[in-house]
Design a protein. Structure first.
Length: 412
């Protein structure tokens, strides 16, 4: 009676022990497959960069007869570097009329003295500070811009964040695509991080700037290639024609969304206008983030992208070759093939950093911060996973819930 029982138990144990190595083999193979996919993505990002450079070379370098431009900026607080960033828009080598309009919620805003000083320094420009007291939606930036828009006089409208710094021929170059004719509706521009203070940035700000140069902008280029053209905008530069803005539904339609720059570009493209990514990079201020602040900002960024491009965002799991290759080394107890994958992953990511972060964006800190790239990539994979753990974000000290692209204020 014992023998059949023992035989049955042994057979089951045998099947169990056969399955264990199979499961372990599959688990060990998965990091290798994902690392390989990440290496291929690095190659694809370089191909996307090549396509972008070719398209940029086909554009006129500068507009031969630039149209007049109204620059609209929402301002809140006197962050470090604000005066220099705003001044860079006042010293443009640009032959057409330019006006700068600043929206503030109150005259008690700490930035107001800076804005008044700027107007006194450049009396030949129309520089006005406009009080925008109304709250038109949960997106305070767009709410201010929508109230500022009626004060604009010129043909083209340039919307950009207050901390954006630009070169002296910036306006000449970003207006260039409009020389192609009325089909151009929006021009947007890439950006690099400008750490504060410049000489001794915090660990969190170095990671943030590195993420922009080696993760965010390569992602923009690959999205541009897979979408067969730009279908979204970047908040660093949103240069619009008035007909394109009207066809997109105006700014009031964006007062409740988080990714207003993305949605504005999407609406302009949907209305039949061309959205162009300019080759003229600008800079955005990166505060002296603590690690916690870096994590919070990156998480807001991640959940915004997850909400606006859910399918593409899910695929980002394939864009982190370094952490997957490290896991492959651990899972295979250091097999030669896993070490080779790790070497290729590092080479791919370094090449992307040099060709895109340094080459296209001109971010010199990318060179000095290359040793942080594996750390940034491992954190990027953790952020990707953690972004699915909730739908709330923090923005300027307030907490919001994202629901189908809309911002809903969380009541404490």
């Amino acid at each position: 009676m014992c023998l059949p029982v023992r035989l049955h138990f042994d057979a089951a144990s045998c099947r169990y022990t056969e399955r264990v190595p199979l499961v372990l083999s599959i688990l060990a193979l998965l990091p290798e497959l994902l690392a390989g996919a990440g290496i291929l993505f690095s190659a694809f990002a370089l191909w996307a960069a090549r396509d972008f450079v070719r398209a940029a070379q086909a554009l006129p370098r500068e507009h031969p007869a630039p149209p007049s431009v109204s620059i609209l900026k929402p301002v809140k607080g006197a962050d470090p570097g604000l005066a220099e960033a705003l001044r860079s828009h006042c010293t443009q080598d640009f032959p057409a009329p330019v006006e700068l309009l600043f929206a503030v919620h109150s005259l008690h805003d700490p930035a107001v003295p800076i804005l008044h000083a700027l107007a006194a320094e450049f009396p030949h420009l129309r520089i006005e500070t406009v009080i925008t007291p109304l709250t038109l939606g949960t997106n305070g930036k767009i709410s201010n811009l929508a109230q500022l828009l009626p004060h604009a006089r010129h043909e083209l409208l340039l919307l950009s964040d207050a901390d954006i710094g630009v070169g002296p021929r910036y306006l000449r170059r970003i207006t260039a695509p409009f020389a192609a004719g009325p089909r151009t509706g929006l021009v947007t521009a890439p950006y690099r991080g400008r750490t504060n203070p410049p000489g001794r940035p915090s660990f969190g700000s170095r990671l943030e700037a590195l993420a922009i140069a080696t993760d965010f902008f390569p992602g923009v280029l690959t999205a541009r290639l897979t979408d067969r053209g730009m279908r979204f905008g970047l908040g660093s530069t949103l240069l619009l024609s008035r007909p394109a803005l009207a066809a997109a539904g105006g700014l009031e339609a964006l007062t409740g969304v988080l990714a207003d720059d993305h949605d504005l570009g999407q609406r302009v493209a949907g209305a039949g206008f061309a959205v162009v990514l300019s080759p003229e990079p600008v800079s955005t201020a990166v505060p002296a983030y603590t690690f916690a602040q870096f994590w919070s900002h990156q998480l807001r960024w991640a959940r915004t992208v997850r909400d606006t491009r859910p399918a593409s965002y899910a695929g980002l799991v394939l864009t982190h070759p370094v952490p997957w290759a490290l896991l492959a080394v651990l899972a295979t107890a250091g097999s030669p093939f896993a070490w080779l994958l790790l070497l290729l992953a590092l080479l791919g990511r370094i090449t992307v950093a040099l060709m895109i972060g340094y080459g296209l964006l001109g971010d010199r800190r990318t060179l000095t911060d290359l040793p942080l790239l594996p750390v940034r990539d491992c954190l990027g994979l953790l952020l990707w996973a953690w972004s699915y753990a909730g739908d709330t974000v923090e923005w300027r000290g307030e907490r919001f819930r994202i629901e189908r692209g809309r911002l809903l204020r969380v009541i404490k």
